[in-house]
Design a protein around this ligand. Structure first.
Ligand code: KDG
Length: 314
């Protein structure tokens, strides 16, 4: 699987509560696409990521982190023209934490069709895209659409997670139009309820799945958090139950874990319902930690969780 998108330094308070009162912070990495790539690599798959990073310590840290997780970073470019993006994420005891981006004009926003490594991005079985990359700049939007087109021409499976980030779009119309273009170029679409509502004006999961298929997707998987997901592929529509995590530390990144689990399972030859079961499990793991990727399971951890292997702890 290959992917492209922006990865940022993630900074989050060591304690919960409003950001303005936080004094101590921890550092990690955020970026929907590398979250998915790392999730797949942990499950034993070959994964590559393309992006642009600033020639600065943050860019060095991110490339080192992602490469250290076993993701191929050979096409990642470092540029002096713009800095690496940064994201702050609040920690809350309940509800979705607010995020604050420092990424406008970042190195990743300079990605463009002119220097996209098309050969690299079309030399895999799967291309994974999100709706975040096209929101970063016009050139990123063109690059994302070009990657989807070229991957489709090359006979690859294109997966797309809309990942609505309203803070990044100039208007809802532009967002909707771009996302629908990407849905129509994708084989697998993985929206949440919020994304479904933004794109299709309904929060009924079955209706969202049907709308994705109507727009050209082969398989739609609508994420319902702890309640699981609805998966539809034209011949069947099924609700697959999820996991009630006892203590959700942070829901951000769960959707990426879900995508990683779904794609890993499909790459391994499992059907859409089985893949959705795996997706629910990997998504649940992601909610147990404050960072986006630290909770993603290894193959062994996942097998133990779903009862396919015994844990030997001592
Ligand atoms: O899905 C998690 C992402 O939202 C997070 O890692 C940061 O990519 C990110 C973004 O743009 O919000």
């Amino acid at each position: 699987m290959v992917t492209l998108g922006e990865t940022m330094v993630l900074v989050y308070p060591s304690t919960t509560g409003p950001m303005k009162h936080a004094h101590e912070f921890e550092k990690s990495l955020a970026g929907a696409e590398t979250n998915v790539a790392i999730g797949l690599a942990r499950l034993g798959h070959d994964v590559g990521w393309y992006s642009k990073l600033g020639t600065d310590p943050h860019g060095e840290y991110l490339e080192f982190f992602v490469r250290g997780e076993g993701v191929d970073t050979t096409t990642v470019e470092f540029t002096d023209e713009a800095p690496t993006g940064i994201m702050f994420k609040e920690r809350r005891e309940f509800g979705e934490p607010a995020v604050h981006y420092y990424r406008h004009g970042s190195a990743a926003s300079l990605m463009s069709p002119d220097d996209l490594p098309v050969d690299y991005l079309t030399n895999a079985e799967y291309l994974h895209l999100t709706g975040i990359t096209p929101a970063l700049s016009e050139s990123c939007r063109d690059a994302t659409l070009l990657a989807a087109e070229r991957a489709t021409e090359a006979g690859m499976t294109v997966s797309f997670d809309p990942n609505v980030r309203r803070k990044l779009w100039e208007s809802d119309e532009r967002m909707r139009e771009t996302m629908l273009d990407l849905v129509s170029l994708s084989d697998i679409v993985l929206p949440g309820i919020e994304e479904g509502a933004a794109l299709f004006g309904t929060d009924d999961p079955e209706a969202i799945a049907a709308a994705c298929l109507d727009h050209g997707a082969g398989t739609a998987v609508v994420k319902l958090g702890a309640a699981g997901a609805v998966v539809a592929d034209g011949s069947t529509t099924e609700r697959v139950s999820g996991y009630d995590v006892e203590r959700v530390v942070d829901p951000v990144g769960a959707g990426d874990g879900f995508a990683a689990g779904f794609l890993a399972s499909r790459i391994e030859g499992q059907g859409p319902v089985e893949a959705t079961e795996t997706a629910n499990a990997v998504g649940a793991f992601a909610t147990t930690v404050a960072g986006d990727t630290e909770g993603l399971p290894t193959r062994k951890e996942l097998d133990v969780f779903v009862g396919e292997r015994d844990a030997v702890r001592r």
